[in-house]
Design a protein around this ligand. Structure first.
Ligand code: G
Ligand code: G
Ligand code: MN
Ligand code: NA
Length: 250
């Protein structure tokens, strides 16, 4: 495809960048992490969404190098933040498909000098259930090295509950599709309430994503949700804006 060709010839360190979206602890009102979100600006194609280029990069084997470039950028950014602020980084399927990939991630964290406890790696259910044994192995390695694991887009894949307790997870991220109707649809509210209860029982931390209104935030807080992310708090921002933003919080 045109996109695959452009990606193949891209100057990745030059064309790829990250924006960062705050994850807020609503009890303290403070940013506890930023989720890094990839952006690709191709000279030929202009801005291409990761929702488009990540799947293509996965199919064509380019994702390994893309992840390495992005993770390097993200770790460098995180080093400029206070110690209380973590980095949440999205992994793709290929990044958890081999022990070598896990070793690469661990090596990158070590080389960065960042405390591993400040790194949260997000993986989707779909990526993890491709090969549960392999995922257990790779996530086990990451966790043994002090890195935290979040299950992203929780609730959108299938068979979630059959393996959620078999993976070494630290965190669930409730998918934003449940949040958009939470103030109007009792079923969405019940689902979120159930997931929050599940997370509590499994001793997992929980983040709710896609919060766009104060009303949604208030309702979620009343349901016991503490960590929140969404446009209501802040849109993803460039690196230099993260520094201004943290300054304004201090
Ligand atoms: O930021 P945005 O809504 O455009 O992201 C779209 C999708 O791309 C989301 O599902 C997100 O998880 C994914 N994504 C964003 N950044 C990265 C990245 O650095 N690596 C991977 N593998 N996926 C990413
Ligand atoms: O799949 P993942 O959860 O990693 O993707 C997060 C995506 O959701 C990012 O592309 C980000 O830009 C987007 N996003 C973040 N907050 C909101 C929000 O409040 N509303 C909507 N619609 N999208 C959001
Ligand atoms: Mn994510
Ligand atoms: Na998500």
């Amino acid at each position: 495809s045109v996109i695959e060709q452009a990606l193949r010839h891209a100057d990745l360190p030059q064309e790829l960048s990250l924006v960062y979206q705050p994850i807020v602890d609503v009890q303290s009102g403070r940013t506890i992490a930023f989720e890094a979100l990839a952006r690709w600006r191709s000279p030929e194609l202009g801005q291409v969404s990761p929702a488009v280029f990540v799947p293509i990069a996965e199919r064509s084997g380019l994702i390994t190098r893309i992840t390495a470039v992005l993770f390097g950028q993200a770790l460098a950014a995180a080093r400029a933040w206070p110690e209380s602020v973590a980095l949440s980084f999205n992994l793709s399927m290929a990044d958890i498909a081999s022990p070598q990939a896990a070793a690469g991630i661990v090596a990158a964290v070590k080389a960065s000098g960042l405390a591993p406890g400040r790194v949260i790696l997000e993986a989707t259910e779909t990526a993890l259930i491709q090969d549960v044994a392999q995922a257990q192995n790779v996530l086990g390695t990451l966790k043994a090295n002090g890195i935290a694991i979040a299950l992203d887009d929780f609730g959108t894949g299938y068979s979630s509950l059959s393996y959620v307790h078999r993976l070494p997870l630290d965190k669930l991220k409730i998918d934003r599709s449940f949040i958009s109707e939470i103030t109007t649809d009792p079923a969405s509210r019940d689902i979120v309430t159930s997931i929050l209860g599940l997370a509590r029982n499994l001793k997992l931390c929980c983040v709710v994503e896609g919060i766009e209104t104060a009303e949604q935030a208030r309702l979620l807080e009343s349901l016991g949700c503490v960590q929140m992310q969404g446009y209501h708090f802040h849109r993803p921002m460039g690196f230099s804006d993260t520094l201004n933003y943290l300054d304004s919080e201090a």
